[in-house]
Design a protein around this ligand. Structure first.
Ligand code: DX5
Ligand code: ZN
Length: 223
């Protein structure tokens, strides 16, 4: 068994009662908070004031996923708000190395996300600046989309590159993670899994988290 984490996305939760929705995923490793600006992605969710309140009331660490433009300017504020990790999109950052350093300096883990069609290769030399890499397995913007199997080879390439650094960099996948697709993502080398609809869409979200984590932990990485 290896160590895997399940971070449910509150994008699929009831936005009128987020505090209660957090208690329904008490078995999770962290809560994944999707921030969208209707500019970097064609959808709008929540922003800094809500994330600040979530950080105050949540007993789970906040895994904040910023799908916003001009993230070099706005990203560090989410670290200052108390997020345990802040993920920015490589496609939205003009200076990703500076931003990763700013996030760490503000007390958060620094994480960089790539859309499905964005290659990792231009960013390999900056892996030591990061605590996590997020590979999108759907086009970002909406929950409930189908997992893109075409990202599996990139998951394997990033797994190998992370292993090559010898650093404890997490490899997160986000989008379309279900009891079925988590097996393929885990086998390819992911170790942190975001799941929205496959957790909040069930009768017992806390139990769904445990089931997903067990499935991933029992799946050996196969290069
Ligand atoms: C999509 C978001 C995801 C989303 C995943 O842009 O980044 O975190 O909530 O939802 P599911 O698990 O339903 O694909
Ligand atoms: Zn997300």
């Amino acid at each position: 068994m290896r160590t895997c984490q399940i971070n449910p996305s509150i994008l699929s939760a009831d936005f009128t009662n987020l505090e209660r929705e957090l208690t329904r995923i008490h078995t999770a490793d962290a809560v994944h908070v999707d921030v969208m600006d209707n500019h970097f992605v064609p959808n709008l969710t929540i922003g800094l004031p809500v994330v600040q309140r979530l950080a105050e009331v949540s007993s789970l660490p906040l895994d904040v996923h910023l799908m916003i433009s001009d993230v070099d300017r706005w990203g560090p504020g989410y670290a200052e708000a108390g997020a345990a990790s802040v993920t920015f999109h490589a496609e939205a950052s003009a200076a990703p190395i500076k931003l990763a350093r700013d996030l760490r300096a503000a007390g958060a883990k620094a994480s960089m996300a790539l859309r499905p069609a964005t290659p990792i290769e231009p960013y390999l030399d900056m892996l030591p600046e990061l605590d996590m890499v997020l590979l999108m397995t759907v086009e970002p913007g909406f929950g409930g989309q189908a997992f893109l199997d075409l990202v599996l080879p990139k998951i394997r390439r990033v797994r190998r590159a992370i292993d090559g650094t010898g650093l404890p960099i997490a490899l997160q996948v986000d989008g379309g993670v279900t009891r079925e697709t988590i097996l393929r993502a885990a086998e390819a080398g992911a170790d942190v899994f975001v799941a929205g609809s496959s957790v909040y869409g069930t009768e017992d979200p806390a139990e769904a988290v445990v089931t997903l984590r067990n499935l991933a932990a029992r799946t050996p990485v196969s290069m």
